[in-house]
Design a protein around this ligand. Structure first.
Ligand SMILES: Cc1cc2nc3c(=O)[nH]c(=O)nc-3n(C[C@H](O)[C@H](O)[C@H](O)COP(=O)(O)O)c2cc1C
Length: 322
């Protein structure tokens, strides 16, 4: 199984990279642009307003990929949908039915270990990759039969892990030799090669794709990313309940007091009146944010990543030979 999934992912893509699902950022246009360049594109089902909207996105993506496949010179990669497999997600059952009906090629599960979801996705031949941030999460996910793990390390955008990518990768590789996707601050083609060198099969890139015309992030969010570097991020679990790297300026502009946030005890979540409307007025980015220096079309970024990756491989081969 492991080898089949690994071979499928490698064979279906032009670069070992997944453009990660991002709430209020991902869009059908972003998925189509990245898949057209041979990178796996994705979006969270919960980013759509309703089940009907989710289905409309699936229809648009399926039709767009079909059109691309008829004309593309290179590989058109499959797409992925993020499902929050947690009992608090009231839409889970209906969204899963739609994934099954449309035979979504790759399902990215997050939160709870998804035994039932895995069985249903496997029934139609789909692949399940599960988000983890610790070894305990990984063990639970593997026991539920997932096809691969997404290691969300320190420095990721969105809900982040707190363990260094080296530490997390080494811990998980010690217990698992199947497909691993590494996330956290990955921004360049050279970073993707570095992730492979560390033992990953694929890299997961979110922040690199927020400031694109295809993303549905607001213009203000995109502009804020362009002027922020990693030192402008503020790590807190008190805004959303889970740890997130936030743009400090967006928190301040929304009226948050960073000193209050710093001393908020674990488990306490401040109200939106105190910290602004999370994800809408206060924005997240990964530690790679300093490389975002303009709004660039997603296809251009993909091409740049592929060129950087090829150059990094050549440079590394020369270095090893020398
Ligand atoms: C604004 C934003 C929203 C996100 N929303 C989701 C989400 O809805 N579901 C999910 O699985 N991951 C979400 N993520 C996390 C990404 O899928 C991915 O793990 C992360 O962006 C990787 O780190 P990077 O941003 O440093 O590349 C989000 C990330 C960002 C920046």
């Amino acid at each position: 199984m492991t080898d089949r999934v690994r071979a499928y992912l490698a064979g279906a893509t032009a670069l070992p990279a997944i453009v990660a699902p991002m709430f209020l950022v991902s869009s059908p246009a972003l998925v189509l642009a990245t898949c057209a360049e041979g990178l796996i594109g994705s979006f969270p089902a919960h980013a759509t307003r309703s089940r009907e909207d989710f289905e409309a996105w699936l229809v648009e993506i399926e039709a767009g990929l079909k059109r691309e496949a008829e004309t593309a010179a290179g590989k058109v990669a499959p797409y992925a949908v993020n499902l929050v497999t947690h009992e608090t997600n009231a839409r889970m059952a209906g969204d899963l039915e739609l994934c099954i009906r449309y035979r979504v090629p790759i399902v990215l599960t997050s939160k709870s270990a998804p035994r039932d979801v895995v069985a249903r996705v496997h029934d139609y031949g789909g692949v399940v990759l599960h988000d983890i941030a610790t070894r305990r999460h990984a063990e639970k996910a593997l026991a539920s039969g997932v096809d691969g793990l997404i290691l969300v390390s320190q420095g990721a955008g969105g809900h982040t892990g707190s363990i260094s990518p080296f530490g997390l990768m080494n811990e998980i590789r010690a217990i698992y030799d199947g497909p691993i996707v590494l996330a956290g601050g990955i921004m360049t083609g050279r970073d993707i090669l570095a992730a492979e060198t560390m033992g990953a099969d694929f890299a997961y890139l979110g922040t690199r794709f927020i400031a694109t015309p295809e993303s549905i992030a607001s213009q203000a969010y995109k502009a804020a990313l362009i002027e922020t570097d990693a030192s402008g991020l503020f790590y807190s679990a008190a805004v959303d309940g889970a740890p997130v790297n936030w743009l400090a300026k967006s928190l301040i502009a929304a009226g948050a007091d960073l000193d209050v946030l710093r001393v908020t005890p674990p488990g306490k979540v401040l109200s939106s009146a105190e910290v602004g409307k999370r994800w809408v007025d206060v924005w997240s980015a990964g530690h790679g944010v300093g490389l975002v220096r303009g709004i660039e079309p997603a296809r251009e970024i993909c091409r740049q990543l592929k060129a950087e990756y090829a150059a990094a491989r050549q440079a590394m081969a020369a270095r090893l030979a020398g």
